[in-house]
Design a protein. Structure first.
Length: 455
């Protein structure tokens, strides 16, 4: 996990040139130590935190997975606010996995909750050697299952032509079209049982671009269901975007459903990057999100499932609420304001404590009482997502309002003695933060004693 700190522009005055935060988790004997150190912190130097990481969203079933994916796409388009001078570019897949997502997006469009008027789409792949109007072509698939139901203009739809006179040139032109459109903002893809994405099957170069690809026998057999189960009718070649093309996208959303793809998900998120498991390459991408159902997690480690499920509410908030934008970067801002008696550790832990206290079950309390090291590690994930996704807003009207803005910073500067930390509608005073820290220390001691007794 990487945390980057940047100064908030426009705060004025003499602000420290830089700040650094180190977040570590290490096991010592049977006790997990959480260490948050402050390299440099000046009270008026308010950092913006950006976290880059791969995400895994685990939902109950295919229906929930599809709804999440559709909301994810809708949220990104709405936040981008496309116009005739500024199109949103969306990469799209075919196959059975995204059908549920397409149905939800169609509903949003018909209900007036989303428009594709200023969206340009780029499909991942197409079979070679069959006409566009062939019932099994991806042109036909996209038209019947999506495009004819939404308000997208045909000129904004880009799909590779598998019947082009020069297939290699067709692939080169497709790359140029993506570049001319400003790159892909969000590429949505499905993952096959062998880990393939688009037609990038095992053995594909992780630096590959859009190209002609000879299909593996396993892929031909799997796709025969679209050709009346007649393997002889399935094309042996296809045009596909490359792994490198996908990695160039600003953001990636990958869908995985069903127990048959459990092994692929395991290799994609728990093992190292390998050209034999194409989906694993997206571990290298700073903004990649895997979305799966319960069946697809059958081969994941228990601790992996528990870790990512602990982050689910944070993911759901991301797609349901507008994201506060920073004009110079797509970072969700977090302003931490405190008086000189507090440290970053006090504030982050206090925010997490209050955030969890509002739920039916306090995760932190449960972790401390059980002495479960994995649960204690989950505290790190909570800290991370508080830092990445939450932003400060209004609280009590008689207190200075702290926002991700110059005015908010000035309000804190005018009244440093009573500076308070706002997290949503939660107000935290320095005294409360110190009390919570004391309580946390006691809980860690209790957890340590519990672990020692178990040994």
């Amino acid at each position: 996990m990487k945390i980057y700190c940047e100064k908030v522009g426009g705060v004025s005055g003499e602000i420290a040139a830089s700040c650094g935060i180190q977040l570590t988790a290490a096991a010592s004997g049977s006790f997990v130590k959480l260490v948050l150190t402050l390299a440099t912190f000046v009270t008026l130097n308010l950092p913006v935190l950006q976290v880059e990481n791969m995400q895994l969203v685990i939902l109950n079933d295919y229906e929930q997975m599809s709804e999440f994916a559709a909301k994810f796409v809708r949220r990104r388009i709405l936040d981008f606010n496309p116009s005739k001078d500024r199109y949103f570019t969306l990469g799209l897949p075919t196959g059975s996995t995204p059908l549920g997502m397409y149905k939800k997006l169609i509903d949003y469009c018909k209900n007036g909750q989303l428009s594709f008027q200023f969206v340009k789409t780029f499909n991942m792949d197409e079979y070679a050697g069959i006409p566009k109007n062939h019932p099994a072509s991806y042109h036909s698939f996209m038209y019947h299952n999506f495009f004819r139901h939404i308000d997208i203009h045909p000129s904004n739809v880009h799909i590779l032509d598998g019947n082009a006179a020069d297939l290699n040139k067709e692939c080169e032109e497709f790359e140029k079209e993506i570049h001319s459109a400003g790159g892909i903002m969000l590429f949505v893809g499905g993952v096959g049982s062998d880990g393939h994405v688009a037609f990038n099957e095992p053995g594909s170069s992780l630096a590959s671009r859009t190209r002609v690809k000879t299909l593996a026998q396993e892929t031909i057999v799997a796709n025969s269901r679209f050709f009346n189960n007649d393997i002889s009718q399935v094309p042996t070649q296809a045009l596909t975007v490359g792994v490198g093309t996908l990695l160039d996208a600003h953001e990636i959303l990958l869908l995985i459903s069903g127990s048959l793809k459990a092994h692929a998900l395991h290799n994609a998120v728990e093992n190292g990057v390998s050209h034999m498991w194409t989906a694993s390459a997206f571990q290298l991408h700073p903004k990649a999100t895997f979305v799966c159902d319960e069946d697809a997690t059958l081969e994941l480690k228990v601790r992996t499932v528990r870790y990512f499920k602990g982050l689910l509410q944070s993911y759901l908030r991301i797609i349901e609420e507008p994201i506060e934008k920073n004009k110079n970067s797509n970072i969700s801002p977090l302003i931490i304001a405190m008086c000189s008696s507090l440290s970053v550790f006090f504030c982050l832990v206090a925010v997490t404590f209050f955030q969890q206290a509002t739920s039916e079950e306090n995760v932190l309390d449960k972790a401390m009482k059980s002495g479960d090291q994995d649960e204690v590690k989950n505290l790190l994930s909570q800290l991370r997502y508080v830092a990445e996704q939450k932003y400060l807003g209004n609280a009590q009207s008689n207190q200075p309002t702290m926002m991700a803005s110059e005015d908010g910073a000035k309000a804190v500067m005018k009244n440093p003695e009573s500076s308070m930390l706002f997290e949503g509608d939660i107000l935290l005073t320095p005294a409360q933060a110190n009390a919570i820290l004391k309580d946390l220390k006691q809980k860690f001691k209790t957890a340590r004693r519990s672990l020692r007794r178990r040994r």
